[in-house]
Design a protein around this ligand. Structure first.
Ligand SMILES: [Zn+2]
Length: 259
């Protein structure tokens, strides 16, 4: 059986083996044991399994009860695509790590022989991540890489596919149209926007507009998505963390990215 997915985690095991986690096309995370996967050896082979690479894996069919286990053994693997520029830009690398750290906070593991491989419930997650990685590389090649621009697009699309996108049209308290209010406040703990009559605080109207725009902007149009900043990213991440009972400080790559 063949699987395709993006490398979101790699753990060296024994001298040369590797355990890799792939975010597969169906949005589930498959874990694979790869003999000799670290590369090296007499011929100094490089490892195929760079973070963010799109892999194709063929697994050994096991007749024993091991079939039910979470870890599949790779019989053959090939790299279909990889972000080559990311490893030369430290901020881009941290951003890639942050994407994968976030994904692992909520993703569902694939159990061979148990999970429904054909299910398309989580496909949107894979599409979001694969687009994010592809256009991260694209922005580096074009020398138009802005971490907050890429991260804002990623976060809004992720929230949408997770089904936890805040209501960007109406005040959550009085149902007034938010665009009619001169000032609006975002409440990350509730994931809601409030109008100026219901809540006073820092004006988040700009953030609201960028959130709406981010939702409408396709990844390939990232260059036209202007005005992004770290404060917006922080609000989106705070909200994500609140939903998953995490603290932003628990996201290691986040503090590295914005230090
Ligand atoms: Zn209101």
């Amino acid at each position: 059986m063949t699987f395709e997915g993006i490398v979101i985690n790699r753990i060296p095991y024994k001298e040369r083996d590797l355990i890799v986690k792939l975010l597969m096309r169906n949005g589930l995370v498959g874990s694979f044991y790869v003999y000799g996967g670290q590369g090296g050896g007499k011929r100094q082979k490089p490892s195929l399994f760079e973070l963010g690479s799109m892999m194709r894996m063929m697994i050994k069919e096991q007749k024993t009860r091991l079939e039910m286990s979470e870890l599949m053994v790779s019989a053959e693997q090939s790299c279909l695509w990889g972000p080559k520029s990311v490893r030369h830009d430290i901020k881009a690398f941290y951003l890639l790590c942050l994407y994968f750290e976030l994904i692992q906070k909520f993703s569902i593991s694939y159990h061979h022989g148990v999970s429904d491989f054909q299910s398309s419930d989580h496909e949107g997650i894979f599409l979001t991540v694969s687009n994010a990685v592809f256009y991260l590389e694209d922005s580096l090649l074009k020398k138009k890489f802005f971490p907050h621009q890429q991260l804002t697009l990623f976060m809004v699309k992720l929230l949408f596919h997770l089904g936890i996108m805040p209501d960007t049209d109406f005040c959550s308290y009085c149902q007034t149209a938010l665009m009619e209010s001169e000032s609006v406040v975002f409440l990350p703990a509730n994931g809601q926007f409030a109008c100026q009559n219901c809540f006073s605080g820092e004006n988040d109207r700009g953030f609201l507009l960028r959130m709406k725009m981010s939702y409408q902007t396709k990844f390939q149009e990232y260059e036209s998505f202007l005005g992004t900043n770290f404060q917006d990213c922080d609000k989106l991440l705070q909200y994500f963390c609140h939903q998953y009972h995490l603290r932003p400080v628990d996201l290691k790559s986040y503090s590295l990215l914005f230090q």
